[in-house]
Design a protein around this ligand. Sequence first.
Ligand SMILES: Nc1ncnc2c1ncn2[C@@H]1O[C@H](COP(=O)(O)OP(=O)(O)O)[C@@H](O)[C@H]1O
Ligand SMILES: [Mg+2]
Length: 343
Amino acid sequence: MSGSSLDGLDVAFCELTQENNTWNAKILHAETYSYNNSLIELLTSASSLDGINLMKLHREFGIYIGKIVNHFMDNCPETPDYIASHGHTIFHQPDKGITFQAGDGAYIAAETGITTISDFRSLDVALGGQGAPLVPIGDDFLFNEYDYCLNLGGIANVSFKENHKRIAFDICPVNIVLNMLAKQAGKKYDKDGNIAKNGQLIVPLLNELNELSFYKKSAPKSLGREWVESDFLPILNKYNGPVEDKMHTVVQHIAEQISKVTKSGVRKELFLTGGGTHNKFLVQQIRHITNHILIIPEDEIVDFKEALIFALLGVLRFRRETNCLASVTGARRDSTGGIIHRV
Ligand SMILES: Nc1ncnc2c1ncn2[C@@H]1O[C@H](COP(=O)(O)OP(=O)(O)O)[C@@H](O)[C@H]1O
Ligand SMILES: [Mg+2]
């Protein structure tokens, strides 16, 4: 898994079993391989590459993932049955029928000699869906005891059950923006939220961010880097305050948007995952503003829940079972997405 925060490639060796229609999942070994600055730069600017260079990146990033998996497997108890790879999203404009994840599965399969499933989003987009989110089916199978599953990655997303139907959507940007601001302060990310904590609220900026039209749209809806660049950053860049004030304000904005979508007022259990869960100031603000009970699992689940769920999507693909829910993507029907590169 490679998320929009661009922190690195998450690799998890997972064991999935099914008994009496209930899935059980275990992470046996997991590691994040941080991206160096040149790879971050390449992936960030990939959307402006010309056709041939984009294809080159697709291939080279596939080989890179394959090499990392080979290295990772040195520390695994056995060879996995298959690899499920999300790749890294370069374009996500489902309203135009486009979603593209770099990291060609054919090259991962060729490099590792292991059957690889990739390109999980395209079929859903072709069926008129957002191609996202894909994780909710995993929330439903593996983490269904909580009222809300909230992932604080590059972008925050939520999933929950309403009238026996799973609903899910992207809420707002989190680390994708916080990391951009951290960079202005000379850091890769704002460790524990210490920079944001020492800032002051910029009220007009907060109000303007809260007015973004995406927040008024009803689900299904999803966000990508393109939206952050075209809609979010221009507002952020209009203000000249110190970076810690902007960060503080963005954290407040995130907590307020989460509060809005989780209908605070009635106390609920919120299951928190994603790198933003380590951001102490952000979590404190979410707790304070939503007044929900925050359930934070062990670090392995916080950091690798999405990778684990992609392993599950892979096994579902193999079994030709639904791995993508039209109820959350808005597609014409449920589907079984992913291309199998069998070696
Ligand atoms: N201790 C921490 N304090 C604050 N933020 C953190 C901490 N650890 C991780 N993060 C944030 O989490 C991000 C990674 O989150 P992740 O869930 O992997 O997102 P994505 O799915 O978009 O890759 C990092 O880039 C960083 O912004
Ligand atoms: Mg990540």
